[in-house]
Design a protein around this ligand. Structure first.
Ligand SMILES: Nc1ncnc2c1ncn2[C@@H]1O[C@H](COP(=O)(O)OP(=O)(O)OP(=O)(O)O)[C@@H](O)[C@H]1O
Ligand SMILES: [Mg+2]
Length: 216
């Protein structure tokens, strides 16, 4: 298993969720639906090494109970194995799209994959400064930056939030294709029910529990 979560429990001011259990194998995808404020992004933050939960354990990419390991070990995991796509994409402004992509390859030593750039339709804007790109173009550059490093698992928080229907669909098509081709996995948080139902497992975060709503 690429991901195994046991008894995940967390609260900020109030209890957000309690004793969540789920897991994911290679080539599988899961979606988390739930009303705004239910805790979808918080779960992704736990999974992507950025928020230790109050209770529970997360086994990820061969590392057992990740938060018992050192900061360096978590950084290594994040850098080489995890692909993190958040709605606020952290591209470096003042640099070109190409330079932003080069940074990812510099950090991980993986070659840029021109197939990925082509299917995201960003080959033509690579020379442009990030500040001069549309929101949707920036989002696709940041998705390319993540996929080019060949992550073992992708955590995506509303990855198509800034995109029109058609572009959103083609971006998600290539994300699902990537997972299949590379035996990777995807955890997706979204409000888009139709998109969620393209995943192997659909969960809904409701009444502090994660309920399996569909499986294929
Ligand atoms: N760092 C934090 N400190 C305090 N409260 C937080 C923190 N992060 C999130 N919360 C609270 O936890 C709750 C869940 O937030 P979260 O962002 O996980 O929800 P969400 O399901 O992703 O919502 P949305 O659909 O709007 O993105 C919210 O009430 C939020 O205010
Ligand atoms: Mg959120």
């Amino acid at each position: 298993m690429i991901l195994r979560v046991k008894n995940l429990t967390h609260s900020f001011e109030h209890l957000l969720y309690e004793d969540l259990n789920f897991g994911l194998n290679a080539s599988e995808s899961m979606a988390i639906l739930g009303v705004s404020g239910s805790g979808k992004s918080s779960i992704l933050n736990h999974l992507s090494t950025m928020l230790p939960p109050q209770k529970g354990s997360i086994d990820l990419c061969g590392l057992e109970n990740i938060y018992t390991h050192s900061k360096q070990e978590l950084l290594r995991l994040r850098r080489y194995d995890l692909g993190i796509i958040f709605q606020a994409h952290y591209l470096f402004r003042g640099f070109s799209a190409q330079e932003n992509l080069n940074l990812a390859t510099l950090l991980t030593g993986v070659q840029l994959d021109t197939k990925i750039l082509k299917s995201l339709q960003i080959e033509k804007i690579l020379h442009q400064n990030v500040g001069s790109l549309s929101g949707g173009q920036q989002q696709r550059v940041s998705i390319a930056r993540v996929l080019c490093k060949k992550p073992k698992i992708i955590f995506a928080d509303e990855p198509t939030g800034n995109l029109d229907c058609q572009t959103a669909k083609s971006v998600m098509d290539m994300m699902f294709e990537y997972i299949k081709q590379n035996k990777s996995a995807l955890v997706l948080a979204t409000h888009d029910e139709e998109l969620a139902y393209r995943c192997n497992f659909v969960y809904r975060l409701k009444d502090k529990k994660l309920i399996l709503e569909n499986q294929k």
